[in-house]
Design a protein around this ligand. Structure first.
Ligand code: MN
Length: 215
């Protein structure tokens, strides 16, 4: 399998004014593409990595015995998986309606974090506090329980057995052109472009794939 850049579901300027078109274009065509290019190089040289999804590679990282190969898959496979989800979980902001979680996801957020706003505050604080480059995540575990975590560099939550539902990229390449050192402003703006229907559907799909355990 050769990994390719997934189609962006909107135009580069769709997330304006919260995320600018130039950042989107560079982030997608240069940064994400670089992760894919490097992942493909290591897969080509290692037949045991071939014909596997990037999610499968990351979920079974310990099966890769060569430390150098493992690090490349962790960094560049992680970069590919993380950004693929990142694009899908954003959408053109709508002035017609406020986007909020729906269905099982909404129920579980209230159960675990008391309110949607509180969950956003927790994730925002953790994202703001990341030292250096990384991601803040809303994930679910094997029992469908929600968890907010941060990871360094391009580490995927899949490495620790968690399914990512929504990830916030706080590498400087994600915001520096528009927000410079003001990471907190970027984080506050980013909530306006989260596609909660997509995130909620993803959570329900994971439920179904785990025997339909209900909330
Ligand atoms: Mn990025």
């Amino acid at each position: 399998m050769v990994f390719t850049l997934p189609k962006l579901p909107y135009s580069y300027n769709a997330l304006e004014p919260f995320i600018d078109a130039q950042t989107m274009e560079l982030h997608y065509t240069k940064h994400h593409q670089a992760y894919i290019t490097n992942l493909n190089l290591v897969v080509q040289k290692n037949p045991d990595l071939q014909n596997k999804s990037v999610e499968s590679l990351l979920s079974n990282l310990s099966a890769i015995l060569d430390d150098g190969v493992k690090t490349i898959v962790r960094n560049h496979g992680g970069g590919h998986a993380n950004h693929t989800l990142f694009w899908m979980t954003m959408m053109q902001p709508s002035s017609m309606m406020i986007q909020v979680p729906v269905g099982k996801l909404a129920t579980m957020i209230e159960k675990k974090y008391q309110s949607f706003d509180n969950m956003k505050d927790i994730l925002s604080s953790k994202a703001t506090a990341i030292f250096g480059s990384g991601w803040a995540w809303l994930c679910c575990d094997q029992q469908n329980q929600l968890e907010i975590i941060v990871t360094s560099n391009q580490d995927s939550p899949l490495i620790q057995g968690l399914q990512p539902l929504l990830g916030l990229d706080v590498w400087e390449h994600a915001y520096y052109l528009k927000y410079q050192n003001k990471r907190a402003d970027y984080i506050a703006a980013w909530w306006n472009v989260v596609n909660w229907n997509y995130v909620a559907d993803r959570y329900e799909m994971l439920f179904i794939n785990k025997n339909g355990i209900d909330v």
